[in-house]
Design a protein around this ligand. Structure first.
Ligand SMILES: [Zn+2]
Length: 426
């Protein structure tokens, strides 16, 4: 029987190896499947999608998926570097020798890891936008805007993250054995506050929001909202085209403060009927309470995660198994947090298909709701346009889809929409 720390190192390495292997295998399946179907538009779409558009979507999907494979390998190397190769241990020693391991030392440690991983991600993110998205005509960012965005996000992250981190570390040190429960209560309150404040205070830092001025469209949307018994506080248009040619629409906020936000790129591309159908789909998510259910699941998972962290942080093998010596005098909370957030995604990865399945079910439900409120053909037309514009592949690999796709493939959504029985009007 090996020491518990060595046993934990082995479990971690096996899980990491399995995750990297699974991610690379899934990506290579997706690439092969899309490449094999590149030369023919699926019969269902032969009247609506041109072969050139189908091939562009295939090339875009393949380029993006290849790039994620690079990302998977780099992330795994960084993770091993921080843990088993002693990166975090070295960082902790340097910080502790300069500022000690009190609150400041622990906050500096967490912040250093965030900054280092952010800097490693920066060139990858740059390539994603300025090489891949650019090649397919999606990128609208300038390098200047890209760097301004990075700096703004970093400042915002520090302004929110450092006080948040301080409270969590304080609870870990002062709130006794049930600190993880108090931290959870605090975390849920923070999440709700973020949902309330995001639309008015955070989103405007990155985009401009203007009231929707198109009168015909406004009255069409208001009629839909009345029909569904739905109150919102405003209809807004966001300048999504500043960054990307991808289109979207979403709801934000909750309670009486809900807003609907349309990307300008979506309004440019879809007809009034199609926009109404897309919005009816989004309303379907609300009516079926998908957001509330999502919050419920998120809060259960975060409670379980914090309880697990509470247990792990008391065992030396958790630190030692991941290449770090905890200080016997205490002050290891920052270390425990960093290790936990580095390592937990490896184990959670294998839950991905469950989340994806739930999300795809919700998409079908929202489609069915939309089909009851508007002509299903409008949503079908909108979907075809959006798939074409976003160069989403019509022929994804079935196993890759089952594992990752939050939305069912276009063919399945359209099949269902066209075969749904519309409820007869009352
Ligand atoms: Zn949806």
């Amino acid at each position: 029987m090996p020491h518990p720390d060595i046993a934990f190192s082995i479990v971690f390495l096996i899980a990491l190896g399995a995750m990297v292997g699974a991610k690379l295998w899934l990506a290579s399946r997706q690439i092969r499947f899309v490449a094999n179907h590149r030369n023919q538009v699926p019969p269902q779409f032969s009247n609506t999608i041109a072969l050139t558009a189908h091939q562009r979507a295939a090339d875009y999907t393949i380029a993006r998926t290849r790039f994620t494979m690079v990302d998977v390998v780099i992330s795994a190397i960084v993770l091993i570097g921080f843990t088993l190769l002693g990166g975090l241990q070295a960082l902790d020693l340097v910080i502790t020798s300069r500022v000690g391991n009190g609150y400041i030392g622990q906050i500096v440690l967490v912040a250093s890891v965030v900054v280092i991983t952010g800097l490693i991600d920066l060139p990858l993110s740059y390539i994603r936008h300025f090489v891949i998205e650019e090649r397919f005509g999606f990128n609208r960012r300038t390098p200047y805007l890209f760097f301004v965005d990075q700096i703004k996000s970093a400042l915002l992250g520090a302004a929110i993250g450092i006080p948040l981190l301080f409270v969590v570390l304080w609870l870990m040190n002062e709130a006794g054995n049930l600190w993880w429960l108090w931290t959870w209560v605090f975390w849920i309150a923070f999440q709700l506050l973020a949902i309330v404040l995001y639309p008015s205070f955070i989103a405007p830092l990155f985009n401009k929001f203007e009231p929707l001025r198109n009168e015909a469209l406004t009255s069409r949307i208001e009629a839909l909202l009345r029909r569904c018994g739905f109150a919102v506080k405003g209809l807004y248009v966001m300048d999504g085209s500043r960054r990307s040619a991808h289109g979207n629409a979403y709801f934000t906020g909750f309670g009486a403060a809900k807003r609907i936000v349309f990307f300008d790129t979506l309004l440019d591309r879809l007809s009034g009927e199609e926009i109404e159908a897309v919005l009816a789909h989004e309303l379907g998510h609300f009516k079926r309470r998908h957001m509330i259910k999502g919050l419920g699941i998120m809060s259960v998972i975060s409670l379980a995660a914090l309880a697990l962290l509470g247990w792990l942080s008391q065992h030396a093998w958790f630190y030692e198994g991941l290449g770090v010596q905890p200080s016997p005098a205490g002050g290891n909370s920052g270390l425990a947090l960093v290790l936990f957030f580095l390592v937990v995604p490896v184990f959670l990865f294998f839950m991905t298909p469950l989340g994806s399945l739930r999300s795809r079910r919700h998409e079908f439900e929202a489609d069915a709701f939309a089909a009851g409120q508007t002509d299903p053909k409008d949503l079908v037309n909108a979907l075809v346009k959006l798939y074409e514009d976003n160069a989403s592949t019509l022929t994804p690999d079935p196993i890759y889809t089952a594992f990752y796709y939050s939305h069912p493939p276009a063919s399945q959504r359209i099949d269902r929409l066209l075969n749904l029985k519309r409820p007869s009007p009352i």
